[in-house]
Design a protein around this ligand. Structure first.
Ligand code: ADP
Ligand code: DAR
Ligand code: MG
Length: 356
């Protein structure tokens, strides 16, 4: 499909962006002429422009969403637009409140029986967080990004027990070390064109890195799409153990770092799809029979509000019948509810797979 890929910078968006017929991005569904006229020359309080916010989806018209905020204030300076995006993706209206709850004892996720456990390679739960006193990744200066790295890594250096670990800067890591960490699904990939066109890859790889404990069951990505991605993961299907470790780690970090947050949007993130909890809980699961029945596979995903991704993450195709199944919802429901969403969706897929 014809993309807006001729656009080199946000200022190249001279008039209402061109979306080819068949474009389905949330940007194309929410940007109306009058919103364009209202916001086209507007900036948020950090100087982040509306055109910067919509540049990714204007350039890559095949985006699913296509918009990124430059700061907490973007969501309010560009409210006529972001309110529609947030309602479209989350069903969360202007007056709705977000209440978090990371109490893992409330989970109703009985252990998978042996035959189902055998289908699940690994479990991972992550939350996105950003520091309250800085703009978001799309708008930070080089100096600010280095300060964020310094604050986050010095907080993590104090962790003890099973959360004790080490920080590995992307700038000093060898290509072989980086390749291994990515192949083992521990480290983010660079060169994502959507992130690149949202200004999140500026000065790459400076001030980016990964903290992890020796067991690589607790990891923190620094300055990828969000300033922190706090991750708990392990082989197997013990969702409760993974969630317990994540809620403990996120709570410990929040004792020493103030996260951007408000009672309407919850935790503030670069992409509006991650607002609220910033939580994505996933399993890597083998579903070879469902893989051959895409319609049925997607029908179950839709019914249970779960998303199907490839085994190497977003925008990747799955290679060997292994799928990344995760909660779709992020905002307006608690972290416990969303882990429960993933569990319920996975149980429904397993049930169907076993019948085929
Ligand atoms: P996120 O939304 O957390 O950034 P991505 O889709 O960008 O997730 O993928 C990030 C990395 O996490 C990829 O390497 C992906 O393979 C890995 N990953 C996601 N879920 C799991 C899982 N359940 N087990 C192992 N690795 C996972
Ligand atoms: N490339 C963006 C991704 C949207 C949701 N995923 C995130 N935030 N990683 C798109 O609009 O498709
Ligand atoms: Mg990602």
């Amino acid at each position: 499909t014809l993309m807006g890929s001729h656009l080199k910078t946000p200022e190249d968006i001279k008039e209402f962006p061109y979306f080819p017929s068949g474009t389905t991005s949330i940007l194309s569904q929410c940007l109306t002429k009058d919103i364009w006229d209202q916001l086209k020359d507007k900036k948020d309080k950090h100087g982040f422009t509306f055109k910067q916010a919509i540049f990714s989806g204007s350039k890559w018209t095949n985006s699913g969403v296509g918009v990124y905020a430059g700061s907490h204030d973007s969501y309010y300076s560009f409210a006529p637009f972001f309110d529609k995006v947030i309602y479209k993706y989350h069903g969360h209206s202007k007056t709705d409140k977000h209440v978090s709850d990371m109490d893992y004892t409330k989970l109703n996720c009985p252990k998978f029986p042996a035959d189902e456990d055998a289908m699940i390679n690994s479990t991972r739960i992550r939350v996105g967080r950003n520091l309250a006193d800085y703009p978001l990744g799309s708008c930070v200066t080089r100096e600010q990004r280095l300060e964020v790295e310094q604050k986050v890594t010095s907080a993590l250096a104090k962790f003890t027990g099973d959360l004790k670990g080490k920080y590995y800067s992307l700038a000093t890591m060898t290509p072989a070390e980086k390749k291994q960490l990515i192949e083992d699904h521990f480290l983010f990939k660079g060169g994502d064109k959507y992130l690149e066109s949202s200004f999140l890859e500026r000065d790459w790889p400076e001030a980016r890195g990964i903290f992890h404990n020796d067991a690589k069951t607790f990891l923190v990505w620094v300055n990828e799409e969000d300033q922190l991605r706090i991750i708990s993961m392990q082989q197997g299907s013990d969702i409760r153990e993974v969630f317990e470790r994540l809620s403990r780690a996120a709570t410990d970090i929040e004792k020493v770092a103030k996260f951007a947050h408000d009672d309407h949007l919850g935790y503030i993130t670069s992409c509006p799809t991650n607002l609220g909890t910033g939580l994505r809980a996933s399993v890597h699961i083998k579903l070879p029979k469902l893989a051959k029945r895409q319609d049925e596979f997607e029908a179950i995903a839709n019914k249970y509000f779960v998303q199907i991704r490839g085994a190497h993450g977003e925008h990747t195709e799955t290679d060997d019948g292994v799928f990344d199944i995760s909660n779709l919802r992020r905002l307006g429901r608690s972290e416990v509810d969303l882990v429960q969403d993933m569990y319920n969706g996975v149980k429904a897929m397993i049930k169907r797979e076993k019948e085929l």
